[in-house]
Design a binder for this molecule. Structure first.
Ligand code: SF4
Ligand code: FES
Length: 276
């Protein structure tokens, strides 16, 4: 799994090394709509100066500081960690702080709110339902032994590197919602938990410290649950952290069917490597 992650990171780096177009300015075409102000949806075009390393978030913050302070944006960390600056940039769900202007083609950049989320104002969407789906899969370790009842009997939960490999990739999720926005099933069924929640269900299900697997399986094995995934794969292609939620969903499905071919393949491979 570690090799797989390294390969993915290298691929992502290559993707981000793709040709850069250095310009001195770009036009931001910003989606504007404020229901409270009864403002009908429209786009504002705002020209901003940029440098090679300017991110879309930097450009938007420049526009907000010097051109129009009323632009609604949500952000916090500015380093692809908090997951709050997700928006559609030139039609694709991306993190504004992780997307350099120089990576994008053309001199106009269109920024719009994420689809599949209720709209609030300008580029800001409501994440309540997304987080509710996340909470529904009980995204925490469940283990009676983990409760500190007797300090004298504290014990460690030992894990081997192989145990860690099984869920490590999925633990990188920052809950940015890009995968949820890209998912065609979420677009047609709001009760579907979505790729983020389902891959987190797998992350805890496969963690050998967890004992809540059966309950979690009952939650996702629903008519609006895991079987609604059509494996479009768009969730994995937009994930900025290399999580591959589509893989998590398929692996969890394998367990639901009572077997996991992938685990068998990994076990066979490990066995062969040991012999070589
Ligand atoms: S799986 Fe990826 S795209 Fe989806 S919420 Fe987590 S980090 Fe964001
Ligand atoms: S501001 Fe935190 S992820 Fe972009």
């Amino acid at each position: 799994m570690i090799d797989l992650i390294i390969e993915k990171i290298e691929k992502m780096e290559k993707k981000h090394q793709k040709k850069e177009t250095v310009r001195s300015s770009v036009v931001l075409k910003v989606y504007r709509a404020n229901r409270r102000a009864r403002e009908s949806a429209h786009y504002d075009s705002i020209e901003v100066p940029v440098e090679r390393w300017t991110t879309v978030l930097d450009a938007l913050l420049y526009a907000k500081a010097y051109k129009d302070s009323s632009i609604g944006i949500r952000y916090s960390c500015r380093m692809a960690s908090c997951g709050s600056c997700g928006m559609k940039i030139n039609g694709i769900p991306r993190l504004a702080c992780y997307t350099k202007v120089s990576e994008l083609e053309g001199s106009t950049i269109t920024v719009e709110p994420l689809t599949n989320f209720p709209h609030m104002r300008d580029l800001v969407t409501d994440f309540s339902q997304f987080f509710a789906h996340h909470r529904d899969v009980q995204p925490y370790i469940q283990n009676e032994e983990a409760d500190i009842k007797d300090k004298a009997k504290l014990s460690e939960f030992m894990q081997t590197p192989e145990d860690l490999d099984k869920f490590l990739q999925f633990s990188y999720c920052i809950k940015c919602g890009l995968c949820y926005s890209a998912c065609p099933t979420v677009a047609t069924d709001t009760k579907f938990p979505g790729p983020q929640a389902l891959s987190q269900a797998y992350r805890y299900f496969i963690d050998n410290r967890d004992a809540g697997g059966k309950e979690r399986i009952n939650i996702v094995d629903d008519r609006h649950g895991i079987w609604r995934c059509h494996f479009a794969g768009s969730c994995s292609s937009v994930c900025p952290k290399g999580v591959d939620p589509a893989l998590g969903i398929q692996l969890l499905r394998g367990h639901l069917l009572g077997f996991s071919k992938n685990e068998k393949k990994v076990a066979d491979l490990q066995e062969r490597l040991k012999k070589d």
